[in-house]
Every structure is written in structure tokens, then in C-alpha cells.
Design a protein around this ligand. Sequence first.
Ligand code: ADP
Ligand code: MG
Length: 152
Amino acid sequence: MALDLFLPDEAATIRFGEDMALGLKRGDYVALSGDLGAGKSTFSRALIRAIAGDADLEVPSPTFTLVQSYDLRIPVAHFDLYRIADAAEIDELGFDEALSDGICLVEWPEKGFGALPADGITLTFLHEGDGRRVTIDAPAPALARIRRSLAI
Ligand code: ADP
Ligand code: MG
């Protein structure tokens, strides 16, 4: 099952992240695919700030640390796997624990070498003109929750 949305500008990506925050729950794994600059980190920052209820919360990119964890109403672990060398590192980063505690957002899931769940929510961001298009793939129950949170 899939949905897709056109995000004309950065503000639309931020609104999308804020709305998605309402539809996610503990145990949700969200894979974020798309080229450099497609909007994965913009989306993640907006989602984390919305769950925190703090529009100014510092949300650094996990590019170098590989994961940044946020102890919020629902804990969020924000991963960027671009620099991992092999799948064993995903274990070492505490992915399973983070998923049992809360929400896992994963940039560059392609680098996970099959060590990540196959039944997650996948967002694929693409450049389209000056904006972006995002496709949402998820199992039917998760997609229904997301659809409600986006009011579509
Ligand atoms: P990624 O993490 O995928 O590499 P980032 O979120 O870091 O991408 O960067 C995306 C860039 O594109 C930022 O400069 C952001 O302002 C911009 N951007 C985000 N969403 C949109 C959009 N829907 N339309 C146009 N520009 C966008
Ligand atoms: Mg990024």
C-alpha cells in the first residue's frame, strides 16, 4: 500500500514531519530513502521537534555519530547509516532496543544490508522541479494511521 504527496517547499516538508509525528507510535521503524538533499533530515528534525513539543530543540545531523537519541514523550532514535561499514554496527548502535522503546528514524537504510526490519514504514523522497515528492509505503494498518494523521 502506498500514498504519495507533493511537497512544494521546505515549509511543506516541515508540516509533513509535524503531521507524521501524530500518526507514529512506539515500535515504528521509519526508513528514509532519497538522494542527498532530498529532505530526509529536514523531515526528521520537524518530526522530532513536534514530538518534543519544542520548535527550537537542537536536532543535529547523525552523519558522524550515526545515531542521536531523544528521550521524549515517545523516545526517538535518529540514525544515519551512510557511514556504517557493516550490518553488525546496527546491533552495536542499539537499534533493537531503540525500537522496543520508541520510534526509529533511519536515513540511508540501504546501507543496513538486510539487518533492518522488512515490515517498516518507508518514505522515499525525490526531487521534483523545485520541490520534492514523497512516497509512503507501509503495511495497511500503519498506512491508515498515517493517512489519518495527514488528514488525507
Ligand atoms: P537530506 O537529509 O535528504 O540529505 P536535507 O533535509 O538535509 O536532505 O536537505 C534538504 C534541503 O532541501 C534543505 O536545504 C531544505 O531546506 C530543502 N528542502 C526540504 N524540503 C524541500 C521541499 N519540499 N522543497 C524544496 N526544498 C526543500
Ligand atoms: Mg540527511
